[in-house]
Design a protein around this ligand. Structure first.
Ligand SMILES: O=C(O)CCC(=O)C(=O)O
Ligand SMILES: [Fe+2]
Length: 426
């Protein structure tokens, strides 16, 4: 199956009709239901006293099945489906990378109640990753890096996308709309009207919206693939499956080999991230240049990779802080989890001493101050705009919220890789 990659680059998404062909749909629905039932049983078994009857699943507005947690021999061919030409094959064409690995494989389900409208967002955060314009420019100049899918097993018109928003700034008009109401249609937003078997593959840094979460039956496969070895260091460092690969025992040989390779790719990338951080600790400017070029081969927009490294370094710093270093990994997890995920930060933190981490923080200090100052300026500006748009508001806008966390979109002007290295004074 050929996908129009130019159209994807332009709009940020493609509709793939009959990604799940009619002949396969019945089996996929059955497997989705078997996995959903298993997930419900897990919810009930894990119920705590403060949880609703049946556990969290039953109160969730948009419960999700993590296929990796519940797949069995009966449902193993569900994984082969997503590794087939209509899903993995299409992803490979879009990512156009030496290798493609998997991040997650879930089923988005309906809850038991009509929850109502959810909020517009980009699956990114300027504070935890990098300012959005930089991420967008990096992606357009180098490589897409990351694709997400919704594959509808029943008709599904829940998901909306703002075409072109993967590469465009959020306009002032759209910002005003989002400040006024984050849970309504915005100018230019389009519903992705999927019939059973259809899919939308999209760049999830584009603006999207889950619109109305209702109790209407929803079983929509939701998954993410990531490139490795392309010109870009993608912004997302998470994968939601067990690196021990125990769950792959039931899978087909091809699927098992694919997960084993994905695990290797992730581990190898973490080693290269750690090696780059080590050059920073050492103040080894030549080594840093070489390690950075290895992590982000594209010469343009390498600064985005540096900011991502700065975020990883910040998380390592939190883990080694006097307060958090006294806790167990499980205790501090809720305090650090985000991008990177807590497990990623723990892995990195174990490779550096508290002293080395302090040096790392110093090396990133000038960049960190600059990023914080830029964010503060943007937030002050849009706090004023918010007052105009919502004159009677009782609360200030929350720039950490899903809708507003990408309002700070500008890369630090005049502050590039050379300025960082110069700030080390070595
Ligand atoms: O429910 C959907 O299709 C969208 C979900 C989503 O965008 C998210 O959880 O980040
Ligand atoms: Fe999202």
């Amino acid at each position: 199956m050929n996908v129009d990659t130019e159209q994807f680059q332009r709009d940020g998404y493609s509709i793939i009709r009959e990604a799940a062909p009619a002949a396969r749909l019945g089996e996929l629905r059955l497997q989705a239901e078997i996995m959903t039932d298993a997930m419900k049983r897990k919810s009930t078994a894990a119920r705590e006293a403060s949880d609703p009857p049946g556990g969290r699943w039953y109160a969730d507005v948009a419960p999700r099945v993590s296929a990796h947690q519940v797949v069995t021999e009966e449902t193993a061919s569900f994984v082969d489906f997503i590794l087939g030409e209509t899903v993995y094959g299409v992803s490979e064409q879009i990512l156009h990378a030496p290798e493609t690995g998997i991040c997650s494989l879930e089923i988005n389900c309906s809850g038991l109640i009509d929850y109502g409208y959810t909020d517009w967002h980009r699956d990114a955060s300027a504070a935890e990753q990098a300012p959005t314009s930089g991420v967008q420019a990096d992606m357009m100049a180098n490589s897409v890096g990351y694709v997400q899918w919704n594959i509808a097993l029943y008709d599904d018109d829940v998901f909306w996308y703002l075409p072109g928003s993967h590469r465009n700034r959020t306009t002032e008009q759209q910002r005003r709309e989002l400040l006024a109401h984050s849970t309504q249609a915005i100018t230019g937003g389009q519903v992705m009207d999927l019939k059973a078997g259809d899919a939308v593959v999209y760049c999830n840094i584009g603006q999207h919206w889950g619109s109305f979460y209702s109790s209407k039956l929803r079983r929509t496969i939701h998954l993410e693939f990531r490139s490795f070895g392309a010109d870009i260091f993608p912004t997302s460092h998470h994968f939601n499956w067990d690196e021990g690969l125990g769950f792959t025992k039931v899978l087909s040989d091809r699927a098992r080999a694919f997960y084993a390779r994905s695990a290797e790719l992730w581990a190898d990338e973490r080693d290269r991230v750690a090696a780059t951080l080590r050059t920073i600790v050492r103040g080894d400017t030549a080594g840093f240049g070489a390690a950075l070029a290895d992590l982000h081969p594209g010469e343009q927009h390498r600064m985005v990779a540096v900011i991502l490294l700065c975020r990883i370094g910040a998380q390592v710093g939190k883990i080694h802080s006097p307060e958090l270093s006294k806790m167990t990994a499980a205790e501090r997890r809720p305090l650090i989890d985000g991008s990177p995920p807590a497990a990623y930060g723990e892995d990195m933190a174990a490779r550096f001493t508290a002293e080395e981490t302090a040096v790392m923080a110093q090396r990133f200090a000038a960049l960190t101050r600059r990023l914080e100052a830029d964010a503060a300026r943007v937030e002050a500006h849009y706090t004023q705009v918010h007052k105009e748009v919502v004159p009677n508001a009782t609360e200030r806008p929350n720039f950490g919220s899903r809708t507003l966390r990408c309002f700070n979109c500008e890369m630090p002007a005049g502050f590039d890789v050379d300025e960082i290295v110069a700030s080390w004074g070595v």
